[in-house]
Structure formats: structure tokens, C-alpha cells
Ligand binder design. Structure first.
Ligand code: IPE
Ligand code: IPE
Ligand code: MG
Length: 237
């Protein structure tokens, strides 16, 4: 779709949800749902970043997701390793810079290696940032930033929003548009600091079905939103 008449957010974030239910409804295993979710993420990143959106953040695995069965956690970790290795040339060719947010502790060595490899390969790319949140928790991100500032003896008086942002996992612009697929209406400990003034969108579509057309609909909706940031336009009729 042509986006020239639409309002383009600078930073879009998606809580990709509904992989399991997508699979269940089709009589497939949850694993199949995760595979389809990963394939969709690959296609969607290219599409989204080709539309003038500068940053695309995705919630791939929360710190809380470690509470799932060992079988499911292992499957997801293996999928990340396999997927990052297999698709690293794809992301590189598309000029996408891939970065990661989250705690490195608790992640397997091979997972960390595949993440580092992908991030290193794409670090000089200029076609948009794909921020993959993996072993990510919004509270932990804020706590980790505070710990780092204290360790570096930052003067409390010097802390402002700009400095604080630099101590987060990635120094990214604020989220303009937050999408959560699958009909769940909650943020589940996702980028709490960055979403302070985001517009929210909660489509019922499960993530594996959230395709380009669904994203177009989301941007049409975003274009209708009136972002006020606390101000009133007194001249507006
Ligand atoms: C999102 O899909 C992927 C992850 C959280 C890793 P889910 O696995 O949460 O799918 P549902 O919510 O059970 O359908
Ligand atoms: C949030 O989805 C985490 C990710 C999308 C990675 P969940 O499916 O884990 O969230 P809850 O449990 O429904 O809140
Ligand atoms: Mg879920």
C-alpha cells in the first residue's frame, strides 16, 4: 500500500502474541505457531522498515516466559538460534540494523552467540532498526539502568530523561505506536519507559496472521489519532 498520505510513526512496537492460539485453532502444536510467528516477523520487519518507520521493536521473549514448560522454552531458544543464523544474511541484505534488549543472564551461550553475531554483522546498516526484546522485562530494564548509573557514580542532579534513556538497554526514541496482537489488552511488562506517550492498538488477529495488510490497517488507524501531548489547540473547530 502507498503510505504517502498517511501519518508515519517514528517508532512502532509490537507485542507479538497469539502464536499458541493460532496453532491450537488449526490443530497444530504450539511450536508450529512459534515457527510461523518467526517467519512473519522476518517479513513484517522488512515491510515496516521500508515504510519510513525508523525503529521497530518486538517483544520476542519476556523474562516471565521462563515460567513456561522447559519444552516450550527450549523450543523457543532453539528457534532463535536457528532463525538468527539462517536469516542473518537476509537482515543484512535488507540493510536492517538488528539490536537486542534484555538481560543476558539466564540466556544460553549459543543463544547469546547467535544474537551477537547478528548484531555485529548488521551494526553499520542504515535502513532502520529492528530492536528484538529477548529475555526482556520492563521493570528490570529500569532497575538495570539505575544500577549502571550508580556504579558509574552519576551525579543525581545530572539525571534527566535524556541521560536516563542512554542507560537503558538501547538508546531509542520513544514509542509512537504500540500494537498488541491476539486481542489481549495489557502490556505485560513491555517497554514501560519508552511507551509513556504511545498510541495503543489491539487487533484481534493472532500474530502469525498479522500480515502487511493488517499492518496497513493499523497505520490507517494511527493516522486518525489526535496526539495532543497535554496541549490544546484552541483554534481547532
Ligand atoms: C507469543 O505467543 C510468543 C511468546 C510469548 C513467546 P504466545 O506463545 O504467548 O501465544 P498464546 O498467547 O499462548 O496464544
Ligand atoms: C508477552 O506475551 C510476552 C511476549 C510477547 C514475548 P505473553 O503471552 O507471555 O503474555 P501474558 O502472559 O499473556 O501476559
Ligand atoms: Mg501469549
Amino acid at each position: 500500500m502507498d503510505y504517502s498520505s498517511l501519518k508515519i510513526p517514528n517508532h512502532v512496537a509490537i507485542i507479538l502474541d497469539g502464536n499458541g492460539r493460532w496453532a491450537k485453532e488449526k490443530g497444530m502444536s504450539r511450536s508450529k505457531g512459534h515457527e510461523e510467528g518467526f517467519n512473519n516477523l522476518k517479513k513484517l520487519s522488512k515491510y515496516i522498515l521500508s515504510k519510513g518507520i525508523k525503529v521497530f521493536s518486538v517483544y520476542a521473549f519476556s523474562t516471565e516466559n521462563f515460567n513456561r514448560s522447559t519444552e516450550e522454552v527450549d523450543f523457543l531458544m532453539n528457534l532463535f538460534v536457528k532463525g538468527f543464523k539462517k536469516e542473518k544474511n537476509y537482515f543484512n541484505k535488507e540493510n536492517i540494523k538488528v539490536v537486542f534488549s534484555g538481560r543476558r543472564e539466564n540466556l544460553r551461550k549459543d543463544v547469546l552467540e547467535s544474537m551477537d553475531e547478528l548484531a555485529n554483522l548488521t551494526k553499520n546498516n542504515t535502513g532502520g532498526i529492528l530492536n528484538i526484546c529477548l529475555n526482556y522485562g520492563g521493570h528490570f530494564e529500569i532497575i538495570d539502568a539505575c544500577r549502571k548509573m550508580i556504579k558509574e557514580n552519576i551525579n543525581p542532579e545530572d539525571i534527566d530523561e535524556e541521560l536516563f534513556n542512554k542507560y537503558l538497554y538501547q538508546d531509542l526514541p520513544p514509542i509512537d505506536y504500540l500494537i498488541r496482537t491476539s486481542g489481549e489488552i495489557r502490556v505485560s511488562n513491555f517497554m514501560l519507559w519508552q511507551m509513556s506517550y504511545a498510541e495503543f492498538y489491539f487487533p484481534n488477529t493472532y500474530f502469525p496472521d498479522f500480515n502487511e495488510e493488517e499492518f496497513d490497517k493499523a497505520i490507517i488507524e494511527y493516522t486518525k489519532r489526535d496526539r495532543r501531548f497535554g496541549k490544546i489547540d484552541y483554534d481547532k473547530k
